[in-house]
Design a protein around this ligand. Structure first.
Ligand code: FCB
Length: 449
């Protein structure tokens, strides 16, 4: 049986969206170009050559989307700030129109009894800063620090929950090592340099917010995967441990004051090359909560490439797993294991699932979208969360990715993750059956086995 009462009164129930994926209006009201605007221009680098265009038009439809969030029964609304909207030159001058937009979003949340949770950085770096080296330029500590400062200064009177950054491993790994994501750069050195600056910036952001607003709750949102070796041969087990170290521990442990896990990943010890005196201490910050985001399981095996890691994923399509629309292995059982793993760190005393969701093919039939598999997915995930909570894991919230179908980075428009269907031709929204299920569940009158 599953009931919202199992999770206690203080449990946070929210939805998450992000600026680049939802807002549209990429050139309006003084906004400058982000690396994602550049990377997806003319559909280059994107599946089916999809062009973001208006994405899901949150810039114009924010009132409607926020009202719908409240209608579904959620109490938390997590959104990100487009750096290019609030500080178009990346460094200094604040754009009043950008501030005005987020003020309206925050006020609308409050009017609808939704707590606004701000993600300060969700991957859309100003292109003008990337032209100066982006995350590989150490000056980003100043640029990012200024962004944090501006956000707290303008929004901190009403916003008390901050997520300094979203999924550092995804945007540095895909954007600065593999080159699949913006800004499309490659190489181990580029990755390590960017990664080190990103970690420093997370801790720095935390310190700035705490100093400006001592009573707020500050966190980061980290991606993680449940990792399994392809079989029991010891070199494959070792490969799985390294992949796990990279995906789940690399950004977490320095924040917790443990340094990078270079014993486990000796190759990544090269990151020390980018250290300046005092960095060891600068990497740590006692966050109020850690955001956990788990989308897929990884099965790893030994491989000579990439060097330093000596491990590779066995492609999901080659295994007998349940795959989502993006071909990812959706293994809900991993949620419990990851919650246990996070709670094994004594420094972590609150975990929030800051994103959880799945993409399946949806069909609009008449005025309805019947997405039973998405509903079942969330139910299964919530059962894992409930089980972990029962065992004392301090998991305090569940945020659905996402509210409305939007633009899924290089996957374009085909993967739909929303509780609300979006007809991209006319931006018409239709609440899916999974959304209706959440509404009943959150009202407290739905029990499901
Ligand atoms: C996460 C990202 C989010 C979205 C979901 C599907 O990794 O944080 O923006 O793309 O995946």
């Amino acid at each position: 049986m599953l009931s919202r009462h199992d999770f206690g009164k203080k449990f946070k129930w929210g939805v998450t969206i992000s600026a680049f994926q939802n807002e549209g209006a990429a050139n309006r009201d003084g906004k400058s170009t982000s690396i994602w605007d550049t990377f997806t221009e003319k559909g280059l680098n994107v599946k089916n050559n999809d062009i973001p265009g208006e994405t899901s038009a949150f810039y114009d439809k924010y009132e409607d989307d926020i009202q719908k969030t409240a209608f579904l029964g959620f109490k938390q609304f997590r959104f990100s700030i487009a750096w290019t909207r609030v500080i178009p030159d990346g460094i200094g001058t604040v754009n009043p129109k950008g501030i005005e937009f987020y003020n309206k979003v925050i006020d609308k949340c409050i009017e609808n009894n939704l707590e606004p949770w701000i993600t300060i950085y969700h991957w859309d770096l100003p292109q003008i800063l990337e032209d100066k080296g982006g995350w590989t330029n150490r000056d980003i500590l100043d640029w990012f620090g200024n962004l944090v400062h501006v956000c707290v200064q303008y929004f901190g009177d009403r916003v008390k929950h901050w997520i300094v950054m979203n999924e550092p491993m995804s945007f540095t790994g895909l954007g600065y090592f593999w080159g699949y994501h913006a800004p499309g750069r490659r190489g181990m050195n580029t990755f390590l340099r960017a990664a080190h600056h990103v970690t420093l910036c997370m801790a720095l952001g935390g310190r700035i917010i705490r100093q400006m607003q001592p009573n707020s709750k500050i966190g980061v949102a980290l991606s993680c995967s449940y990792v399994k070796p392809s079989n029991h041969f010891f070199f494959n087990k070792g490969a799985a441990r390294r992949v796990e170290g990279l995906l789940n521990r690399f950004f977490l442990e320095p924040l917790l004051g443990m340094g990078y896990p270079t014993k486990l990943l000796p190759g990544l010890g090269l990151i020390k090359k980018h250290f300046e005196a005092g960095d060891e201490q600068r990497l740590a910050f006692d966050f109020d909560f850690i955001g956990l985001q788990y989308y897929f399981r990884v099965v790893a095996r030994f491989s000579l490439f990439p060097p330093l890691l000596f491990a590779r994923e066995v492609p999901p399509a080659q295994r007998k797993s349940e795959l989502n629309e993006m071909g990812l292995d959706v293994y809900t059982g991993g949620m419990y294991k990851l919650l246990k793993f996070y709670s094994s760190y004594p420094q972590i005393n609150s975990i929030i699932i800051t994103e959880s969701g799945v993409c399946y093919t949806d069909f609009l039939r008449g005025k309805k979208v019947h997405d039973a598999s998405r509903r079942r997915y969330h139910q299964k995930m919530l059962k894992q969360v409930k089980k972990a909570r029962k065992e004392g894991v301090p998991v305090d919230g569940y945020f659905v990715w996402t509210l409305v179908d939007n633009f899924e980075w290089v996957e374009g428009y085909s993967p739909r993750f929303g509780l609300i269907y979006n007809d991209f031709k006319n931006q018409r929204r239709v609440i899916k059956s999974s959304g209706h299920w959440f509404r009943k569940f959150l009202k407290g009158d739905e029990r499901d086995s």
